[in-house]
Ligand binder design. Structure first.
Ligand code: C2E
Ligand code: SIN
Ligand code: SIN
Ligand code: FE
Ligand code: FE
Length: 373
C-alpha cells in the first residue's frame, strides 16, 4: 500500500466549495436603526457588485437573522434604541456559534473610548460615520477576504485530519493483517490452518475481559496471542512433526521455541510486538516455577503469559495433535482445575471456569475454519 499522502488525495478530501468564487457572493448583514444609513450602505455595496445583502433597522430582529443564517460579515451600528451595538455583540458572544463572522462597527462617535470599547467587545474593525466610501469598501473587502481564508483553512485542516485518521486506520489494519499472516506462517508446518492461532487469540481475549484488564490491553492480547508459537519456525521438521512422544534431547530442542520466538520479535517498540514477544517468551512458564524457559513463578510471570498459557493448553488438549488424541471438554476442564496453582494462575482458572461454556462455543465456531485473512 502506498502510504504517501498525495496532492490528489488532499483535493479529494478538501471541499473548497464553501468559499464563494468571488467575494461578491458573500452574505452581508447590516444592522442600523437609521433607514437612511441603511440605504446608503446598500447602494454602495450593490454598486460594488455584492449580491447578498440583508438589512435590518431593529436590532432584535437583526439578531434573529444573524442566528438563523451563516453570514460572512456583520456591519453593526453602535447607537441604537432598544439594544445598542455593544449589547448586540454581547448576545452574539452568548450564542457561542462555531464560526463568528467579522463585525465591522459603524460609529458616529470619534471618541477613542467608544472605539476601544467596541474592539474589546468583539468588533473586528470600525469605521466612523460619515465614512469615506472607498475606505468602507476596502475594509469590508479585507475583512471578507480574511474570513474566507480562515474558513478555508479550518475546512482544510478538518479534511486533513480525516485523511490522517483514515490513513492511520488503514495502516493499523494492514499491520494487523501482517501479524495474522505471520501467526499463520508460524503454524503452517504443523497444522496447515490458522485456526489454532485464532482460537488462542479469542480465548485470551475472553480471559483478559474476565480479569478486567483494560480494553487496550485486551485488544493487544487478542491481536498478539496468535504469535505465541512463532518460534516453532526454528524447530526442525523431524522434531516438530514427530508423530510420537519426544526423546529427552528432542524435548530440549522443542523447548527452545519460546526463546526463539522472543528473539524473532526482539528490538521493537511497537506495543503489539512488545506484547507478542512477552507472550512468546513466557507462555510455557508455570505458576509453580517448573515451566520453561526461565522457571518464573507466580506473578513474576507476566499476566499475558499466564493467560496465553491456559488458552494454549485448553486448545492443545481439545484438539488432535500428531502426538495425541483430542480430549473431551470435561476431561480438559478437570485437568485445568487440577492444575490450578500448579501450572496455572488460580485466579485465571477461576475466571476460566466461569466462562468454560464460552470457550466451548469459540472452539466450535473456529473448528477447522480455513484461514481467510
Ligand atoms: P502444543 O501441542 O500446542 O501444546 C501446548 C501445550 O499444551 C503443551 O506445552 C502442554 O502444556 C499442553 N499439552 C499438549 N498436549 C498435552 C497432553 O497430551 N497432555 C498434557 N498434560 N498437556 C498437553 P508443552 O508441553 O510445553 O509443549 C509445547 C509444544 O511442544 C506443543 O505444543 C507441541 O507442539 C510440542 N510437543 C510437546 N510434546 C510433544 C510430543 O510428545 N510429541 C510431539 N511431536 N510434539 C510435542
Ligand atoms: C496484572 O495486571 O499484572 C495484575 C494481575 C495479576 O498479577 O494477576
Ligand atoms: C500446534 O502445534 O498446533 C500448536 C502448538 C502450540 O500452540 O503450542
Ligand atoms: Fe508454545
Ligand atoms: Fe500453541
Amino acid at each position: 500500500m502506498n502510504n504517501k499522502i498525495e496532492i490528489s488525495d488532499i483535493n479529494k478530501f478538501c471541499d473548497f466549495n464553501d468559499t464563494p468564487q468571488g467575494l461578491s457572493q458573500s452574505k452581508i448583514l447590516i444592522i442600523d436603526d437609521e433607514p437612511m444609513n441603511l440605504s446608503l450602505m446598500i447602494d454602495l455595496l450593490e454598486c460594488e457588485g455584492y449580491e447578498y445583502i440583508v438589512a435590518e433597522t431593529n436590532p432584535e430582529k437583526g439578531l434573529i437573522l444573524y442566528e438563523k443564517k451563516e453570514f460572512d460579515i456583520l456591519l453593526l451600528d453602535i447607537n441604537m434604541p432598544g439594544l445598542d451595538g455593544f449589547e448586540v455583540m454581547q448576545k452574539i458572544k452568548e450564542m457561542n456559534k462555531e464560526m463568528t463572522p467579522p463585525i465591522l462597527v459603524l460609529t458616529a462617535s470619534h471618541q477613542q473610548e467608544i472605539c476601544n470599547r467596541a474592539l474589546e467587545s468583539g468588533a473586528t474593525d470600525f469605521i466612523s460615520k460619515p465614512f469615506n466610501s472607498d475606505e468602507a469598501l476596502n475594509r469590508i473587502k479585507n475583512l471578507l477576504y480574511s474570513y474566507h481564508t480562515k474558513k478555508q483553512l479550518i475546512s482544510m485542516n478538518c479534511n486533513l485530519e480525516n485523511l490522517v485518521k483514515l490513513r492511520t486506520h488503514e495502516l493499523t489494519e494492514s499491520k494487523l493483517k501482517v501479524i495474522q499472516h505471520l501467526g499463520f506462517a508460524a503454524e503452517y508446518r504443523d497444522t496447515e490452518t490458522a485456526a489454532h492461532t485464532i482460537r488462542v487469540g479469542e480465548y485470551s481475549r475472553l480471559l483478559g475481559q474476565k480479569l478486567r484488564l483494560d480494553s487496550d490491553m485486551v485488544d493487544l492480547l487478542h491481536q498478539s496471542a496468535p504469535l505465541h508459537d512463532i518460534g516453532k519456525i526454528g524447530i526442525p521438521d523431524a522434531i516438530l512433526l514427530k508423530p510420537g512422544k519426544f526423546e529427552p534431547e528432542e524435548w530440549e530442542i522443542m523447548k527452545t521455541h519460546a526463546s526463539i520466538g522472543a528473539e524473532i520479535l526482539e528490538n521493537d517498540n511497537d506495543p503489539l510486538i512488545v506484547m507478542a514477544r512477552s507472550i512468546a517468551l513466557t507462555h510455557h512458564e508455570k505458576w509453580n516455577g517448573q515451566g520453561y524457559p526461565c522457571g518464573l513463578s507466580g506473578n513474576k510471570i507476566p499476566i499475558e503469559g499466564r493467560i496465553v498459557m491456559l488458552a494454549d493448553v485448553y486448545d492443545a488438549l481439545t484438539m488432535i495433535r500428531p502426538y495425541k488424541t483430542a480430549w473431551t471438554t470435561e476431561e480438559t476442564i478437570t485437568f485445568i482445575k487440577k492444575e490450578s496453582g500448579i501450572s496455572f494462575d488460580p485466579e485465571i482458572v477461576h475466571q476460566f471456569l466461569n466462562v468454560s461454556n464460552e470457550f466451548a462455543e469459540i472452539r466450535k465456531e473456529y473448528l477447522d475454519q480455513n484461514y481467510d485473512g
